[in-house]
Design a protein around this ligand. Structure first.
Ligand SMILES: *Cc1c(COP(=O)(O)O)cnc(C)c1O
Length: 466
């Protein structure tokens, strides 16, 4: 057959639409996506026929190609993944996952009308701030509280409200960058506050702040150095001393606390992190933190502090632009409620549960999973376990080495990079680490309900079935 004859075998899209396989595709997917997939697959088949005189048209192959293309087109861009990295608050993978109760509350509020801004007792308009304020006050001891879109927004709004057109005094050791897009100096500039840097990178003394205070000072800012530590010849001014100075000179003290720790993590063997409540107890006039780092809730920025300051913030024009939506409020309220019983918080809030799971528990799960993969893959790979380190992530607890046991997968026929790629691209995607040419799976961040599909996918990927 000459090339023209072979090309004439290629079907028209309209003909393919009557094929039973394609009819099934049309039942499950929008017509535009099916047509697009078919056209692309026909183009691929045509290119193959043109590329070699031996190539023949294969209808089954074309339909299989269209099917793969269609499932990729139909897949939601934002879709669920399995995090097998052992990095708990993984910023790229969505930081904290919500508890079951919080997830249920989101679905409930998303699909119903609600009390978002409605006071059922009076039958009149209410405020969206009420849902979380009392809980935040109970959990931190603060007089008043509010929540906005994220902590970057909280810091920006607080600085704008307290120091726009004025000066904000901050230690040079605390001019931090968090995750590339949040830099204290940039946020300060955008807020309209003039940054007054004091001290040196490694040491700042109380006198440095004292000497910088003028009649133009709007706020003394303290920033938690979330994702790094300065070690050696260092000094920071304790919050209590900064507060005493602020009181003496009539300047409010605002602490950006970062991670949002509500309970003392030392009780579970983790390093000390100041809690939001401790900052309030130390006298901070305003404290901000993230909702989705160690707090383990939805993306949010939490502000707690003096009633007069929070009142001013609620009325600030930025508060309207940065306000939380009802689904986030639902998740935040339920997450905060869970903290009323710290044992329940530990058991139910995935971020807390994951970072505190004892290594023995992870090891036992890892051994079982390794054995299941060995059995399922039938000798295609060497699968064992080894001690390793998990991380809190999200710039939290940067120095904490959380001991873990990883499952290691090594194959003679498929490289670790190829295994990692296949696991990442399949469904459900599994994100793993590579170390010393081995694929590592850390079950600390894998839900027990996800283990079965991890075994199936690893075995399939090793067998070259995916
Ligand atoms: C993470 C962090 C922020 C930014 O918080 P987002 O909730 O990501 O906006 C700001 N300040 C500190 C100290 C942080 O650790």
């Amino acid at each position: 057959m000459d090339t023209q004859d072979r090309l004439r075998q290629l079907p028209k899209v309209d003909e393919l639409l009557r094929h039973p396989d394609v009819e099934r595709m049309l039942e499950a997917h929008p017509r535009t996506l099916v047509l697009e997939a078919l056209r692309e697959s026909i183009d691929v088949a045509r290119a193959r026929l043109l590329s070699s005189d031996d190539a023949v048209y294969d209808e089954a192959e074309l339909l299989a190609d269209a099917c793969t293309r269609l499932s990729l087109k139909a897949r939601h861009s934002l879709h669920a993944l399995i995090n097998a990295t052992g990095i708990v608050v993984h910023t790229n993978l969505g930081r904290s996952i919500l508890s079951e109760r919080a997830t249920a509350a989101v679905a409930d509020i998303a699909s119903s009308y609600s009390t978002l801004e409605y006071d059922v007792s009076s039958g009149e308009r209410g405020s969206r701030h009420v849902h979380c304020e009392e809980l935040l006050c109970r959990l931190t001891g603060a007089e008043a509280a509010m929540a906005v879109n994220n902590n970057a927004a909280a810091v920006m709004m607080a600085l704008a409200a307290l120091a726009r057109g004025k000066e904000a005094v901050v230690s040079r050791g605390q001019l931090v960058e968090i995750g590339g897009s949040f830099r204290i100096p940039d946020i300060m500039r955008e807020s309209g506050a003039t940054m007054v840097e004091v001290g040196a990178t490694n040491k700042t003394h109380l006198a440095d702040y004292e000497n910088a205070i003028t009649e133009r000072t709007g706020v003394l800012l303290k920033v938690h150095s979330s994702n790094f530590r300065v070690v050696g010849f260092t000094q920071e001014v304790p919050l209590e001393e900064l507060v005493a100075l602020g009181r003496r000179r009539g300047v409010p003290v605002f602490e950006d606390q970062g991670s949002g720790v509500l309970v003392d993590l030392r009780q579970w063997g983790l390093p000390y992190e100041p809690t939001v409540g401790e900052s309030i107890e130390a006298g901070a006039d305003l404290v901000s933190c993230s909702g989705d780092k160690l707090l383990g809730g939805p993306q949010a920025g939490i502000l707690v502090g003096r009633a007069d300051i929070i009142r001013m913030l609620k009325k600030h024009p930025m508060a309207r632009a940065l306000r939380l939506d009802k689904m986030t409020l639902a998740a935040l309220e339920v997450t905060l409620r869970t903290y009323l019983d710290p044992e329940a918080a530990l058991a139910e809030i995935p971020t807390l549960r994951m970072i505190t799971t004892p290594v023995e528990r992870i090891s036992a799960r890892a051994e079982l999973l390794a054995a299941a993969v060995r059995e399922a893959c039938g000798g295609h790979a060497v699968v064992d376990t080894a001690p390793d380190i998990s991380r809190a992530g999200g710039g939290s607890l940067p120095l904490a080495d959380i001991p873990t046991t990883v499952v290691r997968v090594f194959s003679d026929s498929v490289s670790a990079f190829e295994l990692e790629r296949r696991l990442r691209l399949g469904t459900p995607g599994i994100i793993a680490r590579i170390k010393e040419d081995r694929l590592l799976l850390d079950l600390r961040t894998v839900l027990e309900s996800e283990e079965r599909v991890v075994v199936e996918r690893v075995a399939a990927v090793l067998a070259g079935a995916e």
